[in-house]
Write a protein that binds this ligand. Structure first.
Ligand code: NAD
Length: 303
């Protein structure tokens, strides 16, 4: 570990941020943690973080600030404006923003940071909560190469793959391309599994066959949406935890905005957003893991 990176402020300790902060502690960093939620603060303290009462308190004396918040509005409010954290952070601080937000928001925050001589990266992640816990996330970084080199030891304590996608905002573009594709293959996997089950197949056997065939994909192999096929996935735990339908809908909205901005044709992305909207129309479903889209295809018992 580089001694210049030792003290880390971590803001946002939810499904992803909590285990990421815990891995930083395990790697020997000193982590000062802040979240709006008392339950998340308690969990972070149990993992060895020092909890504080405000984000401003967290960044005092920090070498590195990492944030993992739900959306762009939360990130903009946290950093920008007269009461924003950029006003409190010292010029030697490195900012690593890991939330999934619009590339334009990331560029705005990185530009504002740079005006205060603060080095900053957008570094959204892929891999889900299991990879966050295992420290095997993929980081997709946007920003200058020097900032990335400084961030590398911190990122390496939380992830297995670190990519430099390009200048500020590029990490977010890569992330949103990835998540649009994820939504598409999750829905395709769910409908294929259901068709097999409706025709008398055991979803475990069908999954094994498709994993070894040309239908194999991450949703099928690592995050199977059919309950009971895999043990350690949300589908086998009433779709609790994981990556919520609400967050997937946010990402698909970002994907559609990105496509509109570049006049790209994304018909399957648009359909995926439409299907998730239908599924998320029920507020209970919005809080479930995104693999619960399986329920859109399942028939009520007896039909
Ligand atoms: P989450 O809702 O579980 O956690 C977000 C946390 O941020 C919550 O604990 C909330 O209390 C806290 N928070 C919100 N506003 C805050 C503020 N102003 N100050 C301090 N804390 C604040 O969400 P998550 O699943 O951990 O996702 C976080 C980000 O990571 C999102 O942008 C999401 O799109 C992205 N992501 C999630 C996954 C996943 O599998 N869950 C995977 C990749 C990327």
């Amino acid at each position: 570990m580089n001694e210049n990176n030792k003290n880390i402020a971590f803001i946002g300790l939810g499904n992803m941020g909590g285990p990421m902060a815990a891995n930083l502690v395990r790697a020997g960093f000193t982590v000062v943690a802040y979240d709006l939620s008392e339950a998340m603060l308690r969990r972070a303290a149990d993992a060895g973080c020092r909890r504080v009462a405000s984000a401003h308190e967290a960044v005092e004396g920090a070498d590195v600030v990492v944030s993992m918040l739900p959306n762009g509005e939360a990130v903009r409010t946290l950093y920008l404006g007269a009461r924003g954290l950029l006003q409190t952070m010292g010029p030697e601080t490195l900012l690593i923003e890991c939330s999934t937000i619009a590339a334009s928001d990331a560029r705005q925050i990185i530009a504002a940071a740079s005006q205060r001589n603060i080095a900053a990266l957008d570094a959204p992640v892929s891999g889900g909560t299991a990879a966050a816990a295992a420290g095997t996330l993929s980081f997709m970084c946007g920003g200058d190469a020097q900032a990335l080199e400084r961030a590398r030891p911190v990122l390496a304590a939380m992830g297995a793959n670190i990519f430099h996608a390009g200048p500020a905002g590029s990490g977010q573009v890569a992330k949103i391309c990835n998540n649009m594709l994820l939504a598409i293959h999750m829905i395709g996997t769910a409908e294929a599994l259901q068709m097999g089950v409706d025709n008398g197949l055991d979803p475990k056997v069908l999954s094994e066959i498709m994993c070894a065939s040309s239908g194999g994909n991450w949703s099928l192999e690592k995050y199977n949406p059919y309950p009971g096929v895999m043990e350690n996935v949300p589908a086998s735990h009433d779709y609790e935890g994981g990556f919520s339908v609400a967050l997937m809908l946010k990402d698909l909205g970002l994907a559609m905005d990105t496509a509109a901005g570049s006049a790209s044709s994304t018909p399957l992305g648009a359909l995926a957003k439409n299907l998730y909207q239908l599924h998320g129309g029920d507020p209970v479903n919005r809080q479930l893991d995104f693999s619960s889209i399986q329920n859109l295809f399942r028939r009520p018992v007896g039909n």
